[in-house]
Design a protein around this ligand. Structure first.
Ligand code: DGY
Length: 322
């Protein structure tokens, strides 16, 4: 019997990542990409030295408490780690890692797509053509909001926020941001820092959310704060759905306070998102595609495997978060 560590891989991964897993480990793969329940994960972990999950599997304190002692690490295939109770993992001595950096470009691309899709009414236009309802062109037909030269506000100026800001500068946008701590001038690249979210909001023609989901950021973009945005602003969320209060956002989109929103992440995703989003014309919707490019998904898998390699070689994994 090989002494290679056994890795429980919860979802189907890109071929190159599974090939590396096969070469270096004894992986328990999921070729049908079935969503496992917590009970199944616990049961399948009986033989596993580590688990390689995605954000689609929840490791709350109860699940972590029930994991067998042989599980040494949870090497996430994600930068976000709100699906893992880090304190519970720490208490149990389970190493937890994530995959930062490798998805920043892809996610920033989606943020810009959401911004433009919302601003230029891409969903309405697409649907009109497909439904054969496009009958005319006129100077006042389907006017959108121009983003060039406007203000791009970022909540959460981490890696993804910084790349999104850089892309926005390509549209001559003036970048404003709130972050828990101010960036160095080299990283700021001229972006204007605001010490609180409340200070930032009045300066955002586009508000782009890039902060992690934590108890402190849950429902951060709520009715009071949306009211602080300029009239006709656009809200973009490619971080986590939990940062937005859906009722408040929907109310602002319906009343005309906001021009539009571009959303890639949702409370209750994938199949229990607020139903009203489906009805609104001024929302551009994507199904959590931020990191969904071939290059990035392979990069994420390799980064998760680099972390596992370190764990099993007795080294500190670069991306350890617990
Ligand atoms: C991430 O890495 O956090 C993405 O949202 C996919 O899980």
């Amino acid at each position: 019997m090989s002494d290679k560590p056994v890795i429980l891989v919860t979802r189907k991964l890109p071929d190159a990542v599974e090939a590396r897993l096969q070469r270096d480990y004894r992986p328990m793969l999921n070729p049908d990409d079935r969503l496992y329940s917590a009970d199944e994960i616990i049961e399948m972990s009986a033989e596993a030295d580590a688990i390689l999950p995605c954000h689609t599997e929840k490791f709350d304190a109860d699940v972590i408490a029930r994991l067998p002692k042989n599980v040494r690490a949870i090497a996430n295939f994600s930068v976000g780690h709100d699906h893992v109770d880090l304190e519970a993992a720490k208490a149990k001595g389970i190493i937890v890692t994530n995959t930062p950096d490798v998805l920043s470009d892809a996610t920033a691309e989606i943020a810009i797509l959401c911004m433009l899709g919302a601003a230029r009414r891409a969903y309405e236009g697409e649907r009109m053509i497909r439904a054969q309802k496009w009958k005319d062109w006129s100077p006042t037909f389907m006017l959108g909001a121009q983003t060039t030269g406007k203000r791009f506000g970022v909540i959460g100026m981490g890696r993804v926020g910084q790349v999104a800001a850089k892309r926005a500068r390509g549209f001559d946008m003036e970048v404003h941001y709130y972050n828990r701590s101010r960036l160095s001038p080299e990283l700021e690249c001229g972006a204007i820092y605001h010490e609180t979210v409340e200070d930032l909001l009045p300066h955002c023609d586009v508000l782009s959310i890039h902060c992690p989901a934590t108890p402190q950021t849950t429902g951060l973009v709520n009715q009071e704060r949306i009211a602080m945005l300029p009239d006709g602003a656009i809200v973009v969320n490619t971080g986590r759905g939990g940062v937005v209060d859906d009722e408040a956002l929907i109310e602002a989109l319906t009343s005309g306070k906001l021009f539009a929103a571009g959303l890639d992440v949702f409370n209750g995703e994938p199949d229990n998102i607020h139903p009203k989003y489906r009805e609104l014309d001024n929302v551009f919707l994507l199904p959590h595609l931020g990191s969904a490019t071939v290059e990035t998904r392979v990069g994420m898998g390799f980064r998760a495997l680099d972390n596992l390699d370190a764990v099993f070689a007795g080294r500190e994994p670069v991306d350890r978060i617990a």
